[in-house]
Design a protein around this ligand. Sequence first.
Ligand code: FA5
Length: 601
Amino acid sequence: MHTTVLYMKDSYLRATSATIAEIGTEGSTTTVVLDQTVMYAQGGGQPSDRGMIRGKNGLLSVSHVSYNGGAIKHLGKLTGELHVGETVEVEVDWNVRYRNMQMHTAGHIVDLAIKHVAPEATAVDGVHGIGKKLHIEYSTLIEPRLLQTIQKETTALIEKNLPIHLEMVTRQQLDEKRIPLPFDLPKNKELRIMSIGDSTPMPDGGTQLHTTGESWPIIVTDIVRNNGHTFVQYTMQEPVKNVLKQKDERAMSESSLNIDDLAQSIEREAQHDVKVLSADQFQTTYLAKKGKLSHLMDELKTVSLEEKKSAGQRANALKHTLEALLLTYDSQKKNSEVIDMTIPGIQPKVGHVHPISQAMHEITRIFEKIGFIRVRYPEVDWEWYPFDSLNMPKDHPARDEWETFLVQSDYVHPILGKMVLTPHTSNGQVREMQRLHSTPPIRMINIARCYRRQADVTHTEMFHQFEGLVVDKGITIQHLKGTIDHFAREFYGPHATSRIRPFHFQFTEPSFEVDFSCSICDGTGKLNGDKCRFCKSGWHEVGGAGMVHPNVLKAGGIDPEQYTGFAFGWGIERTYTLREGLKLDDIRLLYSGDMRFLEQF
Ligand code: FA5
């Protein structure tokens, strides 16, 4: 038996009719072989598809698809009945497919980028979604110092939005076209070749995007050499601006998946299973995090807006049915148990959001209102991002000021250096430029934990900063001061005052320190005739700011002749404790875990 694989010619085909050729079982799993399918069978480093096979009286929820020498086997849980010879509807889970396709094409994009940089490199294997680390394996050695150049090439290939061509050829045509075969391929069957733009075609059987521009930003994370082979690792980062768009598109996608069918089949199975499973097993199978109800809830995300309401109601009804079935275990138990109704109940403790998290939400909201995008960057980072990319050479004395915690490891990245706990959120500056492919406008607000070896009434070893970065044409200090004033008014109230004082940071020129007036002594510096213990001067320094140094723009691939920018980085604890009405004179209390203190906010 040989199944015709429709995705070879059209990776965007989501559904087809087909005829069942074989049905079998493997343990509790049902296996179905069809005459043709749209589902991708696992192989070539790309995971298998998932989906549905729907017959007149049965539904196979396909959780895995395997190749088996050409007879493609769909494995899954059968509800109802399916029969050999029956015509069925086959539908692929499009969200899973599209993501797999992106990971797979991303591998080819990185491979092409590598060929531009190291033409002798020969790819022999790849992992594009099976297992956690995405990588391509080369039988040749590739210099780790090429990582940044490969990254640039990869980004350029995505930006060029090149078409991806697919073509079916015979082995003979392959030989005539002189297409090199990196590994052995079957001689007697038609093969598919793919090429990106006008690159040399190569044999490939996976699903492919239409253009490189459909890929998410690819980050080449590492080049690791082992036994003469090189493993180039990459990840994909979802662009923030795409998240909302994709959510909408997903909701709009006319997934014909019928929530009603699925809910009905789960309900039927549950009615049966409640008689045979233990309460724990029932709970795990149906109501736990990875249970069937949760699977159905995931599917809800794919239904169209019009269907959403009724699908949601159906899912809710299923939830109640399952919970009611679970309760039947309790009532059976209760019949044989004595319950002491006189035992006093346990009063549940009701918590609330930590004051610093509250401040983070508020700060995010204030900046989002003026067009900033909230991002998060790693708190455990390569030292290149918090230091070198910010114009601080390895031996620069300024690096000592940050009293950084180093992560103990024998591995030092050839370009990015050691791993550190980031001492400031400025590590996000060049990361954000890279995320946006060095293309302003940039309006970032990065809020994250930072770490320094400091502890006194105004310092903690772990603290939070929020970092603003704006890069565009014609950005000046006036924009910076305007943004600071906007924040002061929104966060501290309409009368709050701010000032900037000249200062020095390696990564801004000119640089400033930013102060807000002290709320304990109302900016006078005096309290009951003495010096205010909290501020000593009437002002509180909250952090630094300045115009982004040209070398930082260059590190992020941005031309400083065309663009300018400003940045600021302030401590959240410091900023928050200045707030009117919060006369807190030791910020360590925030992390003391003392409920008597925390309950006040
Ligand atoms: C910086 O960290 C710079 N990255 C700020 C910056 C960003 C300047 C962008 C220019 C452009 P500084 O070391 O001064 O600067 O720290 C900024 C603020 O973080 C401090 O003013 C303080 O509010 C807070 N902060 C620093 N260390 C601690 C600590 N140990 N505990 C609590 N807050 C801290």
